[in-house]
Design a protein around this ligand. Structure first.
Ligand code: DC
Length: 230
């Protein structure tokens, strides 16, 4: 047995990355880190401090504020869910709101934001046994990850899943808004200058358009277990 490995899951918005990553981490007893939550937390900070106003952000003000931002994760044993802490405060619900989704891609394209968050992301891999999802995990954060999965799904299916998820959480939205937010984020995330979303050469593609969460977990778990035994 080779022991624990690092698993990088990348892909477009609302492809089910976090569903798979959480399930994999649970099945393997690994740590799960949601790198997108970190970019969302920085965006929320910028919004609360007036660095983002009327949909636009002040680049220099944001870069100056970065040392004041700390991000941690806390596992809530009561809800059995991970919570994102921004400067010690649980912001898990706030960072999932549509307003943050519509502002996060431009903020995550800022070089200095990426440098800070990539450093933090790498610090979680000290002892392996990690599943991290995002956009540049296999290409940039952990280029040596033993298992890299690149997730994709039909855009209409992704929009419908995201819409259902938001409505179930009680947020008000429309399919038109969800579709346009996903398309815009995919475009910005894939075309930004620093570490854009691309498939790592050694990543395995997982198209889950027609797969249930159980089926995609079985597929990924099989890959992980094979690698652990090399
Ligand atoms: O996974 P998510 O939708 O919560 O991510 C929110 C945004 O954060 C996404 O639109 C792009 C950015 N992001 C990134 O640039 N790099 C990552 N590794 C993860 C997320």
């Amino acid at each position: 047995m080779k022991g624990k490995i690092t698993i990088a899951i990348d892909g477009f918005s609302s492809c089910g990355k976090s569903t798979l990553a959480k399930a994999l981490a649970r099945a393997l007893n690994y740590k799960y880190i949601d790198s997108g939550a970190m970019y969302r937390a920085v965006t929320l900070y910028a919004l609360d401090k007036g660095i983002i106003k009327d949909g636009h952000f002040d680049h220099d003000f944001l870069v100056k504020a970065l040392p004041d931002i700390t991000i941690d994760f806390h596992f809530n044993t009561q809800t059995q869910k991970s919570e994102t802490l921004l400067n010690g405060i649980n912001v898990e619900d706030r960072i999932r709101q549509s307003e943050i989704s519509s502002l996060v891609s431009p903020v995550s394209a800022v070089k200095e934001v990426r440098i800070k968050l990539v450093e933090l992301q790498r610090s979680y891999d000290e002892h392996k046994g990690l599943v991290m999802d995002g956009r540049d995990i296999g290409t940039n954060v952990f280029p040596k990850a033993e298992l890299k999965i690149f997730m994709t799904a039909d855009p209409e299916i992704r929009a419908a899943r995201r819409y259902d998820e938001l409505i179930a959480k009680g947020y008000h939205t429309t399919m038109i808004d969800v579709r346009s937010n996903l398309a815009e984020r995919d475009h910005i995330d894939s075309t930004r200058a620093d570490n854009p979303l691309t498939q790592a050469e050694d990543a395995i593609i997982l198209d889950n358009t027609d797969l249930s969460p159980q089926e995609q977990l079985a597929f990924a778990l099989n890959l992980a277990n094979e690698l652990k035994q090399i």
